[in-house]
Design a protein around this ligand. Structure first.
Ligand code: PLP
Ligand code: TYF
Length: 395
């Protein structure tokens, strides 16, 4: 029967990584897949992660199954990291999942379980996996305007106009911080207006937060999520530990579901556990245990926060350097948005042909929609990229 299988569309971001690897040119620059790299191009294991792993290796007495929802200590620590006590704990059900992707998938599944004809609104553009998962599930996806190609910032009035079309019982997917792929984010006033509109419409926000600590800091990056979650009756939150703990391959994430009343939480939790059981039974544990160990130990936590802060400020410095270099070369402030964007990514807003020229003529790899991973740069390659952009513009 397998002969009936058809080819599936490849993930463009992952295919780009393969193309980069195969490029024999020595001076190539990889601004593709969203993985943090230091100035040497290495994705390091964070110090606190190494130490937590050493402790777990020395102290762990059993590898018997956890519960279907994973280790409660992980859930508690992550609920606190993301929500910081802004929502009553007894209204929050939490489910450990394989990465933020697993949290998104189980969040969509939960919404569909509650409402079989649920529609999910998403920013245009959004992380391509949101769309491919929704399509695979057969859930209706509705785009809302988000990115203004002219300014490379958020078209907020356009967004609000689209969100007027939201109906009661719709899910509206938002990025908690560091929007992927654009790097353009809502201000706190704009978050307030979106929250008020969704409440008025009776829609449920679903927040995907995959880069807490990569934008303006751990607390600042959680502010939008907290502002929304503390003001709406119901909310889903998909959190990833892949980036901020650098544990990509450990597959560590958490789905939180906030119910309107504490009396609902048990049923919500039971449904979430059910979803894990139907999919893979128990979620991965190693990464979750590392995260809980770090967050619950003051020394490890302080060291993790310090290292994460270096990562964050390093990316900010690269943004500023690139924006300044482009201002100097073009004599305009056309690229000033790069310093205003936050997180790992900026969408340059240039044509696919120009992205192609950067790859062919300069061995610079960015995603076809002109998304670049800022962490793929270092102080030496920023001027190389800036010159290439200016040259490719003229070609
Ligand atoms: N959501 C967004 C917006 C992302 O960019 C990512 C990227 O990795 C994820 C979720 C999920 O990541 P993971 O499944 O590796 O935790
Ligand atoms: O957007 C990115 O680059 C990251 C990593 O199928 C990623 O979120 C990319 C593709 C994918 C899963 C993760």
């Amino acid at each position: 029967m397998l002969e009936h299988l058809k080819d599936q569309p490849a993930d463009k971001i992952l295919s780009l990584a393969a193309a980069y690897k195969a490029d024999p040119r020595e001076q190539k620059i990889d601004l593709g897949v969203g993985v943090y790299k230091n100035a040497k191009g290495v994705t390091p294991v964070m110090r606190a992660v190494k130490e937590a792993e050493a402790r777990i290796l020395a102290e762990q007495q059993t590898k018997a199954y956890t519960g279907l929802a994973g280790d409660p200590a992980f859930a508690d620590a992550m609920v606190d990291l993301v929500l910081g006590g802004t929502v009553e704990r007894d209204r929050i059900a939490a489910l450990a999942t394989p990465g933020g992707t697993g949290a998104c998938r189980q969040g969509f599944e939960l919404a569909r379980l509650a409402k079989p004809d649920v529609r999910v609104w998403h920013s245009a553009p959004t992380w391509p996996n949101h769309l491919s998962i929704l399509k695979f599930m057969g859930v209706e996806a509705k785009p809302y305007r988000y990115f203004d190609e002219e300014t490379a910032l958020v078209d907020f009035e356009g967004m609000m106009e689209y969100l007027q079309g939201v109906a009661q019982g719709d899910v509206v997917l938002l990025h908690g911080c560091c929007h992927n792929p654009t790097g353009a984010n809502l201000t706190s006033e704009q978050i307030d207006r979106v929250t008020a509109l969704l409440t008025e419409k009776g829609a449920m926000p679903m927040i995907d937060i995959a880069y807490q600590g990569f934008g303006d800091g751990l607390e600042a990056d959680a502010a939008a999520t907290r502002a929304i979650a503390s003001r709406v009756p119901e909310c889903l939150i998909a959190a990833s530990c892949s980036k901020n703990f650098g544990i990509y391959r450990e597959r560590t994430g958490l789905l939180m579901a906030i119910s309107a009343e504490a009396g609902q939480t048990k049923t919500t939790q039971d449904n979430m556990n059910f979803l894990n059981r139907q999919t893979y039974s128990f979620p991965p544990d190693h990464g979750a245990r590392v995260v809980a160990t770090i967050l619950n130990d003051p020394e490890l936590r302080a060291d993790w926060e310090a290292e994460l802060e270096e990562v964050r400020t390093g990316m900010l410095a690269l943004r500023e350097q690139l924006a300044a270099e482009l201002a100097r070369l073009t004599n305009t402030d056309r690229y000033a948005f790069i310093a205003r964007h936050r997180g790992m990514f900026s969408r340059l807003g240039v044509s696919p042909e120009m992205v192609e020229r950067l790859r062919e003529d300069h061995a610079i790899y960015m995603v076809g929609d002109s998304r670049m991973n800022i962490a793929g740069l270092n102080a030496e390659t920023v001027p190389v990229l800036a010159r290439a952009i200016v040259e490719a513009e003229k070609a």
